[in-house]
Write a protein that binds this ligand. Structure first.
Ligand SMILES: Nc1ncnc2c1ncn2[C@@H]1O[C@H](COP(=O)(O)OP(=O)(O)OP(=O)(O)O)[C@@H](O)[C@H]1O
Length: 501
């Protein structure tokens, strides 16, 4: 075989090739980084509630995914013919190449981000919302870190495609690796030897960056993270200190009051003209058959569901108004009011990419509730209350369901809300772990907190509540003390039928 290996090996030390390699790295990294950022914005635009923005984003993606990169490159590079004022920067091949690559790659990467965003559970957004985080905060602290982890393998793949696509930029005379190779073999006709060197440089770049991306992927993979144990933290696994009474004064107005609330999904009315009043320090349990509207009612109290009619008053102030109420436009955008209401979800909705301690401190740090040390000390005290201090450095996936729910309770308590909402807090738990969560909630109930609990645990509801509400078909069929409920049960009506189920 007539193959000049010596010549090929010499090309591995060629200054021209190394300069071209550096150029390819710069161009591909710049294109990828800009496209990752713009692609994310485009993916958000693609999900925008505003139709025009959504359509414009879709049109962009459709157009630039349809256009071959080579056509785009030549078009951008020659744009100064139509617009001479652009020649100052578009006549530079690196700039034209970068613009064409970004225009094209943003469309592909937006779809990768969109897939990752769709993979984030709605509960993550809701958990951020009830902790009073604004839209940007939810994206920055909760959604982007998780979406990035989901998208990273595909984004890494896209980087590799970009490295290879840079070879097309040779068409506009950018001295990248392929063009350097072409210049060499047109002088000496050693095509195979030169192309082997060209291949070497591309493979080198891809291998180095593939390894780096895999390392980053591993670093971001919280599901593989082992728990480090802190020696400075006192270990406690059970709640050792009783949950202290809140120092809330008892003003005359109710803690929370829904006035004539109405909610429907499409044509299906969940409830209409519904009133609910919860006094300061009162514990109210809402029971009722599946589909009676309990969850929708409790979620309407903090804006997770938008009411059509009615007004929610929080500590005497109008807080939320139905979309069809004239008052809705004049209400302050619920910022600090939101922090007055804590919520514990059926499916916990802990942030999986953050440790137990970080789950608790996220909202207080976001809302600047003190120095980092103060916030952490308070978070540890709350974790101690729920018997989870020993697990502060674990990630949620390393905990049992009951432990996760106890952390979720601690997270809600960390913002010191005046009202706590529980949406079926034990429904997702194994029968063995239900008790540990109910004990914590019962302790909270005894401490004088205002609480609204949607539950299927009848005995628990009767034992801890000041008042029990029985909902059926969107209406309050019973509203009274546990004693009154027990008496009613003697009568053998629909309520007693349900409670005995
Ligand atoms: N996002 C939604 N879109 C459409 N319909 C919904 C939605 N959420 C709830 N519904 C409907 O509203 C009604 C009340 O549901 P809701 O979840 O509030 O009942 P529930 O009493 O809490 O039931 P369960 O005890 O099973 O959780 C049901 O008919 C349900 O199908």
């Amino acid at each position: 075989m007539d193959f000049d290996w010596t010549y090929t090996f010499k090309l591995f030390w060629s200054r021209d090739f190394w300069t071209a390699t550096l150029l390819v790295v710069e161009l591909s990294l710049a294109s990828w980084t800009i496209s990752v950022v713009l692609g994310f914005l485009l993916a958000l635009a693609r999900q925008s509630p505003v139709l025009v923005i959504r359509k414009a984003a879709s049109a962009y993606i459709w157009f630039f995914r349809s256009l071959p990169l080579l056509v785009l490159l030549i078009f951008v590079y020659n744009l100064p013919q139509a617009f001479p004022s652009t020649s100052a920067f578009l006549s530079i091949p690196f700039v034209s190449g970068l613009i064409a690559l970004v225009l094209s790659e943003t469309a592909y990467i937006a779809e990768i981000h969109r897939g990752a965003l769709l993979a984030i559970n709605r509960g993550q957004y809701e958990a951020g919302h009830v902790l009073g985080l604004r839209k940007f905060g939810i994206q920055r602290l909760i959604v982007i870190p998780q979406a990035l982890r989901v998208a990273l393998p595909a984004l890494g793949n896209e980087y590799i495609s970009i490295v290879k696509l840079t070879s097309l930029v040779s068409v506009i005379s950018l001295a990248e690796i392929l063009l350097v190779g072409q210049r060499y073999y047109t002088q000496n006709f050693k095509v195979m030897e030169t192309m082997l060197a060209v291949a070497f440089y591309y493979v080198l770049i891809v291998t180095v960056f593939d390894t780096l991306l895999k390392m980053l992927e591993k670093h971001l993979d919280f599901s593989r993270k082992a728990t480090a144990l802190s020696g400075s933290v006192p270990m406690a696994t059970t709640a050792e200190t009783p949950i202290t009474a809140t120092s809330l004064e008892k003003p005359s107005h109710p803690a929370i009051h829904l006035d004539a609330g109405g909610k429907r999904f499409g044509d299906s009315v969940v409830f209409a003209n519904l009133d609910l009043t919860v006094a300061q320090g009162e514990v109210v349990s809402i029971i009722g058959p599946s589909g009676s509207g309990k969850t929708t009612l409790i979620r309407s109290l903090n804006g997770l569901e938008t009411l059509e009619q009615g007004v929610v008053y929080l500590n005497g102030r109008a807080f939320l108004a139905g979309s069809e109420e004239r008052l809705s436009a004049t209400l302050p955008r619920h910022g600090c009011e939101m922090l007055e209401i804590g919520m514990v979800f059926q499916s916990f909705n802990l942030f999986p990419h953050r440790t137990v301690l970080e789950n608790i401190t996220l909202a207080p740090r976001y809302h600047h509730r003190g120095s980092k040390a103060e916030i952490q000390a308070a978070a540890r005290a709350t974790l101690h209350q729920v018997g989870m201090l020993a697990h502060e450095l674990k990630y949620p996936h390393q905990l049992s369901g009951g432990q996760q729910q106890r952390v979720a309770i601690a997270r809600a308590l960390a913002m010191e809300p005046s009202v706590l909402l529980f949406d079926e807090p034990t429904s997702a738990l194994d029968p063995e772990t239900v008790g540990e969560v109910l004990r914590i909630i019962a302790d909270l109930a005894r401490s004088g907190r205002t609480m609204v609990i949607v539950t299927h645990e009848m005995k628990f509801a009767l034992d801890v509540s000041d008042r029990v509400i029985f909902m059926e078909k969107g209406q309050i069929a019973f509203n009274g003390s546990p004693e009154a409920l027990r008496q009613q049960l003697q009568q053998g009506d629909r309520l007693s039928e349900f409670v005995r189920l």
